[in-house]
Design a binder for this molecule. Structure first.
Ligand code: SF4
Length: 83
């Protein structure tokens, strides 16, 4: 059994679930779905799309997790959350 140095030198290394890396989450249930989403226009990578007045959807292969879009939704539909 290996010696557990963490008992003397603090916590064990964090795993990926606690890495602090945030991902964009779309909380569709908060969206009134009654207007064109202003966040779609500000995304620098074109990662957000919207069909009609529906809540926007994210193309995660384009999203860089910059968080810019989250500042343009008054209903807090777009949020950055830890993985
Ligand atoms: S987090 Fe940045 S890259 Fe991702 S959808 Fe929002 S504005 Fe676009």
């Amino acid at each position: 059994m290996p010696f557990d140095f963490s008992r003397f030198f603090g916590k064990k290394a964090k795993d990926d679930s606690d890495s602090g890396i945030k991902t964009l989450v779309v909380k569709s249930h908060k969206c009134p779905q009654s207007h064109r989403c202003p966040a779609v226009r500000v995304c620098p990578t074109g990662a957000l799309t919207q069909k009609g007045n529906a809540a926007p959807t994210v193309n995660y292969s384009k999203c860089t997790s910059c968080g810019k879009c989250t500042r343009y939704c008054a209903f807090k539909v777009l949020t950055m959350e830890k993985k």
